[in-house]
Design a protein around this ligand. Structure first.
Ligand SMILES: NC(=O)c1ccc[n+]([C@@H]2O[C@H](COP(=O)([O-])OP(=O)(O)OC[C@H]3O[C@@H](n4cnc5c(N)ncnc54)[C@H](OP(=O)(O)O)[C@@H]3O)[C@@H](O)[C@H]2O)c1
Length: 284
């Protein structure tokens, strides 16, 4: 057979991206599967997204991830959107289809839901307290609702963002959502089954910080989840665990969305164990 030295390209576009470990995880998967694929981590400023998306096409890239600040602005370059991306209003994964058109998907919330499934936690009928209403929270809120959660209480400082997310969930899913203001110390609503920190509070280099909530409201057996993955063991999770909560960290969400993206691009199942081990090693 004739040799083929051409690598298939995927990657992430964003700013900042220097601390984004996704490429290490994806390339470990490609190498394990013997695929000549590369994942490039590219700094793209907001004003350069137009050129960058033209580059994605010009370089015949198989797809890209989008991270801050491009997840919403990239929508206008998409030829088609998944149902979830349309409802969430943001794209974190682009797939370049064989005919050259671009398909936008949002896999953050799917990765989160998978991390609960991996831990044996079902969403059907559950009451969720969701801290935050930013990009990660939108994706998680919508996907939890689509996965059968009964009630989603969105707790956020900015009322406009909080109300908007609750409205999106109510308009597009069978779940009931409501917005609760976050002024000072937030109470964990009575009857909460799953408490999720989807804010950026506690993220490196401010890993000693914790969302301002009343941990007395965290009951034994409640599930506490954090989207922050660096550090994986956040102050939020440590304090929830001390109250008897079952904890799910942000590394599972990160590796799961990476695996979903891997499959969207390559069409192959992702070697999750290899990718998870490689990712975890980055934080030791
Ligand atoms: N594990 C994963 O796979 C994964 C995937 C995606 C994102 N993430 C993580 O998710 C986190 C959020 O990312 P994002 O894209 O959603 O960011 P974002 O769109 O900027 O949203 C940030 C959210 O945090 C809230 N917030 C910020 N500081 C706060 C404070 N001191 N007290 C209370 N709320 C505060 C904001 O509230 P306001 O609206 O009031 O400003 C907003 O709801 C980041 O840590 C990111 O690394 C993890």
């Amino acid at each position: 057979m004739e040799k083929n030295y051409r690598a298939e390209l995927v990657g992430v576009l964003g700013d900042p991206v220097d601390g984004n470990p996704t490429g290490v995880m994806e390339e470990a998967g490609f190498a394990h599967a013997g695929l000549n694929w590369r994942y490039i981590t590219v700094k793209v400023l907001p004003e350069d997204l137009d050129g960058a998306m033209a580059g994605v096409k010009a370089f015949n890239m198989r797809g890209v991830n989008l991270t801050m600040p491009h997840k919403i602005n990239v929508l206008k370059y998409m030829d088609a959107l998944s149902e979830a991306a349309r409802v969430i209003g943001a794209v974190n994964t682009v797939v370049r289809r064989p005919d050259g058109t671009l398909f936008g998907e949002n896999t953050d919330g799917k990765g989160f839901v998978q991390s609960l499934t991996d831990a044996g936690i079902a969403l059907a009928g559950k009451s969720i307290a969701l801290l935050g209403a930013g990009g990660a929270a939108r994706s998680i809120g919508v996907e939890c609702a689509l996965a059968g959660a009964k009630l989603i209480r969105v707790i956020n400082r900015s009322a406009a963002r909080g109300r908007d997310l609750a409205g999106v969930i109510n308009a597009h899913t069978a779940a009931r959502a409501e917005y609760l203001p976050w002024n000072g110390t937030a109470a964990v609503p009575e009857g909460t089954d799953i408490l999720i920190n989807a804010t950026c509070v506690g993220l490196h280099p401010r890993g000693d910080e914790c969302p301002d909530i009343d941990f007395d409201g965290v009951k034994r057996g409640m599930v506490a989840c954090d989207v922050v993955f660096n550090p994986a063991e956040t102050v939020f999770l440590k304090r929830a665990a001390a109250r008897g909560a079952r904890c799910v960290d942000g590394l599972g969400m990160l590796v799961n969305q990476g695996c979903i993206n891997y499959t969207l691009w390559t069409g192959e199942p992702a070697p999750r164990d290899v990718m998870y081990a490689k990712l975890k090693a980055e934080f030791i």
